[in-house]
Design a protein around this ligand. Structure first.
Ligand code: ISE
Length: 334
């Protein structure tokens, strides 16, 4: 059996997913793509023999489209996800589920009324070997109760127009998601501290920052967000538990020792660092949908992450600790 997939949005991430779906994901076929920039969409469609739409809702209504991947700009995610829910089609929505809590809640409410989950949110780190090993170590319990989590999230640089709040909403959201998933706890408060800005950061960007998160069971989590670190894409994690620590290993690749020095590669960006994770995310989604289940990061995860992100953005703007309030978790996400 092959899953007919429609991809909404053929910008950078949309193209990245289309290429992977067309070349290396088993049992997947891209049957339609859409974008408001139709010429770009046509180019992508021609490469894989798919139909083209200017309007994502028309793509979702296409009978050949059995499942939808949304990679259009964040502000369109709510309407397209709701449209998929109305059509009863499984949907993998890139993060964010929606860029505002109210919008996330509307999606949550629409899905919670269904007998089964249809929505998955694109938090791909959960599919990375290293992050999975970290979770297995925490769940295995040999280290005792987690106490602290140190997260480092560094990008070499950011595109023009990247703003200080996007350091949270575009970048730290991944650390928020990993924290909740790794610890199996909700985040109850966020406090943001701004370091003096790097002279190499774009004008006006308050980079780097430290985000302090508190969880429901009292674990403290610090996240360094540094989006113009210059040297590469650098993701580090260390969990401190009662009787030991567990850390993500260095990215695989050869390590060279010569002339009294050692050298190793640093990935250029998240697509290189998490290429395998994206692959697994798509493959597990396709296989699951063909078997009638959606089990990846849920709309609840998308909502809870957005709620924490908004608290952190408020702390960024006003200073101080901001508490996170969540609605009651619907039974569908138990
Ligand atoms: C980017 O949008 C991503 O989603 C990456 O995973 C993240 O690490 C990066 O910081 C973001 O800008």
């Amino acid at each position: 059996m092959t899953l007919g997939i429609g991809v909404v949005g053929t910008g950078q991430m949309g193209r990245y997913h289309v290429e992977r779906l067309a070349t290396s994901v088993l049992d997947a076929q891209v049957v339609a793509v859409s974008d408001v920039f139709v010429d770009g969409a046509k180019q992508v469609a021609d490469g894989v023999g798919a139909r083209v739409y200017a309007d994502g809702h028309e793509l979702i209504a296409d009978d050949q489209v059995q499942a939808v991947l949304i990679a259009s700009p964040g502000f369109t995610h709510e309407e397209f996800t709701l449209s998929c829910l109305a059509a009863d089609k499984p949907v993998l929505c890139e993060k964010p589920l929606a860029p505002a809590i109210d919008a996330c809640l509307r999606v949550l409410e629409a899905e919670a009324a269904k007998p089964r989950r249809l929505v998955q949110v694109g938090f791909m780190r959960r599919y990375d070997d290293g992050f999975r090993a970290l979770k297995a170590a925490v769940d295995g319990g040999q280290l005792g109760r987690p106490l602290l989590l140190h997260c480092r999230h560094r990008n070499a640089s950011v595109p023009p127009g990247f703003t200080t709040d996007m350091m949270i909403t575009d970048s730290v959201v991944h650390d928020i998601d990993v924290t909740r998933w790794l610890l199996g706890q909700e985040i109850t408060a966020a406090t943001v501290y701004k370091a003096r800005p790097s002279s190499l950061a774009p004008e006006g960007l308050q980079d780097p920052q430290m985000v302090l998160l508190e969880t429901s069971e009292g674990v403290l989590v610090d996240v360094e967000s540094f989006v113009s670190c210059q040297f590469g894409y650098d993701i580090r994690y260390e969990l401190v538990a009662e009787s030991g620590t567990v850390a993500l290993g260095e990215h695989p690749g050869v390590q060279l020792r010569r002339d009294g020095q050692h050298h190793g590669p640093i990935p250029a960006d998240y697509r290189e660092r998490f290429g395998d994770a994206y692959q697994r995310e798509l493959q597990e989604w396709v296989t699951g949908v063909l078997e009638g289940r959606v089990v990846g990061p849920s709309a609840w995860d998308g909502y809870a992450t957005q709620a924490v992100a908004e608290a952190a953005v408020e702390s960024q703007a006003k200073g101080g600790r901001v508490a996170v309030e969540l609605v009651e978790r619907p039974a569908l996400y138990a």
